[in-house]
Write a protein that binds this ligand. Structure first.
Ligand SMILES: *[C@@H]1O[C@H](CO)[C@@H](O)[C@H](O)[C@H]1NC(C)=O
Ligand SMILES: *[C@@H]1O[C@H](CO)[C@@H](O)[C@H](O)[C@H]1NC(C)=O
Ligand SMILES: *[C@@H]1O[C@H](CO)[C@@H](O)[C@H](O)[C@H]1NC(C)=O
Length: 339
């Protein structure tokens, strides 16, 4: 005997009903999976991109595929209930292309030197409450990419309400290895009353913009914009480093820019390898800048940095650096005595 239609529709084994139930279970499962993966995002992102255990280099690693990234202190990202307090300093670098490949002694896996260098910076940023920004593409298609990247981050900050803005950008080259992870960049900032917008270092060749502090404000937008457009305005003809040379000219000869710029000791934020005769790295210094001629020194300094040797990772308050910095800003310890 056939069942009446209504009974058929409401039977537990009704195919329509079973299908709906299955869809519901799938939906529930997918939702839980999405919520779970979002909760894990900051952590798994860090592990994926910045794992400190060296990865085998493939043509398309996830690291090479991301175009750019702000890497936040994981503690800051997670504590979303507290009011959004910005990091005081954003570290900004441009690191793109393939990078040098070396052999890692411990794992025998090939790792890119560049990613190991970046890891020293990210660890330093995390320990000291800075944010690390990494530009992963050649946005200007030439040497101006560094300045373009700093301007991009600067403008991102300017677009925020003032209380959510960071205060300073520290621009650094991708060939600088952090040697003292306990040294917060805040140690170098000028004290209240010293109203500077740009902190730079000079070596035997003049201004070196491998490392500089620039304040987040409109003055800085004007300076970087002037530098960016200089080749097109005929102000950098023939220069191999138009970014560095034009910035040097502007802060030397233009009163508006000169008045708010200051030279700081090179070793503070731009020390050269120990084999150099001047401005050479010493224990407790922030970093080593392996400029092109010293690229071969990178593995040596990376190994040293990764060893986390306490002799190298000293607090400025204990090493005497903090005292020197204070004296410098108050004019009682001249630049020459700090190189
Ligand atoms: C690597 O990425 C490029 C660009 O995204 C793509 O064209 C290429 O097919 C990828 N190669 C492999 C092996 O996945
Ligand atoms: C996060 O916070 C905890 C507790 O305050 C601290 O022990 C840990 O070192 C912090 N981690 C980072 C990466 O700053
Ligand atoms: C502080 O300055 C003095 C005098 O120039 C110098 O001898 C000393 O090495 C400096 N200390 C640090 C930690 O930079």
């Amino acid at each position: 005997m056939d069942l009446p239609k209504w009974q058929d529709r409401n039977s537990v084994l009704n195919p329509q009903r079973t299908k709906r139930f299955t869809l519901f279970v799938v939906f529930l499962f997918v939702s839980v999976a999405i919520i779970f993966s979002l909760r894990q995002y900051p952590d798994s992102f860090n592990k994926l991109q910045w794992s400190s255990t060296p990865e085998t280099v493939k043509t398309n690693t996830s690291v090479q595929q991301i175009t750019e990234a702000y890497i936040h202190n994981s503690n800051q990202t997670i504590s979303s209930t507290s009011p959004k307090k910005p990091a005081r300093i954003i570290k900004v670098t441009a690191a793109y292309g393939k990078g040098a490949i070396i052999q890692d002694e411990k794992t025998k896996a090939a790792v890119t030197t560049r990613e190991r260098i970046l890891q020293t910076h990210i660890d330093h940023a995390n320990r000291n409450g800075h944010i690390q920004f990494v530009q992963r593409s050649d946005i200007m298609g030439n040497i101006m990419t560094k300045i373009g990247t700093v301007l991009k981050v600067l403008m991102d900050e300017m677009a925020k309400p003032e209380e959510e803005r960071s205060e300073w950008i520290w621009a650094h080259d991708a060939d600088m290895v952090i040697m003292n992870r306990m040294l917060s960049l805040e140690a170098f900032l000028p004290p209240k009353g010293k109203d500077y917008n740009l902190l730079v270092t000079y070596d035997g060749n003049g201004l070196n913009i491998g490392s500089f502090f620039i304040k987040i404000n409109t003055w800085s937008v004007y300076l970087l914009s002037a530098v960016l457009a200089s080749p097109q305005l005929g102000q950098a003809t023939g220069s191999l480093y138009p970014d560095q040379d034009v910035m040097g000219q502007l802060i030397k000869h233009n009163k508006y820019f000169k008045d708010k710029s200051v030279e700081i000791p090179l070793r503070w934020v731009n020390a050269y390898p120990e084999t150099w005769s001047s401005n050479a790295f010493r224990k407790g210094d922030l970093l080593v800048h392996c400029i092109w001629i010293s690229k071969k020194d990178l593995p040596y300094y990376l190994d040293k940095s990764e060893s986390l040797n306490p002799d190298l990772n000293t607090l400025p308050s204990l090493s005497g650096l903090e005292t020197n910095i204070t004296k410098f800003w108050h004019g009682s310890l001249p630049l020459e005595q700090l190189s």
